[in-house]
Design a protein around this ligand. Structure first.
Ligand code: PLP
Length: 454
């Protein structure tokens, strides 16, 4: 798909992050295949890694994701405010987290231990049990109960379940080095999780679902001797939804994923300069010979990393490097240093108003190239594209499933507002519904949906 086809209007806007929701749907279908029928928790924290949380959430649900994941309760409540009623799990809290509202609005809570009293207070105040996923620290050293804290947490949780204040729906952990599949620590973490789950069952805490895999875990599971040890009951996938690869040496294409975000603008100025001309603050770049420069009106206020000098910008059929420092609002490419993309021409004249693409899908420069130039990772590049850059959505027809939560209707998810709880056996197996059908899931009617258990 070329960027021209993605453009929503004939006249492209000044600058935008174009988010292709059909790509998100495609990626969800692909991830569901890799997950082999496991529950897919679509991670839409941080405004869906900069792509727009409500839009991505609706697309992911329409394509078959089961659950949404956020870091903060506030992010989960923002999805509710958008009318999204699907199950949501939020896992990073403070003493200032609005636990009562989370319980009231049916937000599942990751529970590490320190917040337990506040969660129990909230359950008492609201008059219904908090639904939690116990977080076990199997080696990442961030959140979650350590093996030493685990027995006491289990005991307190078991008591709270007995008092009707808590329902333990899941146990989960987060992997530290899954993006480096050759390292041994991932298997150690999974073994530690397995022991923690067995200890929980022995202590009378019986979770319906256990989950560990993030995007790199899911994408590398097929290479394991036993993929089940990684896939467990559910996978929590963020980066893959957005069509990006977590591995330094492997592209999204290798996994059948399509990058969803295209960062583009239009050339603001073109000028001829002599040899030795300085470019941008600090004059850190000087032209080798007489050349032509193009001004690209995106800078660090737009979330383009200031340190990413040398990163590629596609204009027409050629890719040019950013030269000199990236400024707040703009950066400069040297048009004498271009290389053709694909079957692109050797010669072209760049004009004011031409489309300039920093990264995207297909033959556009990749997010990975920008990450390399910035000494960062693709996660950070897309997530930090700032609110100054309007998001434009393509790949979705007006009035289609994204306008409402089709998945919630189809799957009979509990209504967050009404509190309706359909019986598990009333959950329909999703059919092959109309529209863009890539990768939509068929499941046996007997498929267990633990989200309806409580
Ligand atoms: C962000 C996050 C994820 C998603 O990670 P990806 O690598 O983007 O798939 C999963 N689980 C937890 C706990 C997270 O914080």
């Amino acid at each position: 798909m070329t960027s021209e086809q993605k453009r929503p209007a004939d006249e492209p806007s000044e600058r935008s992050a174009v988010v292709d929701l059909a790509a998100v749907e495609h990626n969800v279908g692909r991830l569901l295949e890799l997950a082999r029928g496991r529950t897919l928790i679509a991670v839409v924290k941080a405004d869906a890694y900069g792509h727009g949380a409500p839009q991505v959430a609706r697309a992911a649900l329409a394509a078959g994701a089961d659950v949404l994941g956020t870091a903060h309760v506030a992010e989960a409540l923002a999805l509710r405010a958008e009318g999204i009623t699907a199950p949501v799990l939020a896992w990073l809290h403070t003493a200032a987290t609005d636990f009562p509202e989370a319980v009231r609005q049916d937000v599942r809570l990751g529970l590490s231990g320190g917040e337990l009293d506040l969660v129990l207070d909230a359950a008492r105040a609201v008059g219904r049990p908090a639904v939690v996923h116990l977080k076990f620290d199997s080696g990442l050293g961030r959140n979650g109960a350590t093996p030493a804290q685990w027995p006491e947490l289990l005991e307190r949780v078991r008591q709270a379940e007995g008092q009707g204040l808590l329902t333990v729906e899941g146990i989960f952990t987060h992997l530290a080095v899954a993006d480096e599949p050759s390292r041994p620590e991932t298997a150690e973490q999974l073994a530690a999780l397995d022991a923690a789950v067995r200890a929980a069952r022995d202590a009378g805490v019986d979770p319906a679902m256990v989950h560990a895999a993030n995007t790199p875990g899911l994408l590398s599971a097929a290479d394991l001797p036993d993929p089940d040890t990684m896939l467990l009951d559910a996978v929590r996938v963020g980066l893959g939804l957005y069509g990006l690869s977590p591995f330094a040496e492997r592209t999204p294409q290798e996994f059948g994923l399509i990058p969803a975000m295209t960062l583009r603008t239009r050339v603001a100025n073109v000028k001829d300069v002599p040899a030795g001309a300085g470019v941008s603050y600090g004059l850190t770049y000087r032209t080798e010979g007489p050349t032509r420069l193009a001004l690209v009106p995106l800078g660090y206020a737009d979330g383009v990393p200031r340190v990413a000098t040398g990163a590629p910008v596609r204009i027409g059929d050629r890719v040019y490097p950013v030269v000199g420092r990236i400024a707040m609002d703009q950066c400069v490419v040297d048009l004498s240093l271009g290389r053709p993309v694909g079957t692109g021409s050797q010669e072209q004249s760049v004009r004011i108003g031409d489309e300039a693409v920093l990264f995207g899908a297909g033959e556009d420069p990749s997010v990975a190239e920008w990450a390399d130039a910035a000494g960062s990772i693709n996660y950070e590049i897309v997530t930090r594209i700032s609110p100054r850059v309007p998001r434009e959505y393509v790949g979705v027809e007006p009035g289609s499933a994204h306008g409402q939560n089709r998945n919630a209707q189809r799957r009979g998810h509990p209504g967050a507002v009404t509190g309706e709880e359909p019986a598990a056996d009333s959950v329909e197996a999703p059919g092959v519904d109309g529209g863009r059908g890539s990768g939509r899931r068929r499941r046996p009617a007997s498929w267990r949906v633990p989200w309806h258990r409580t």
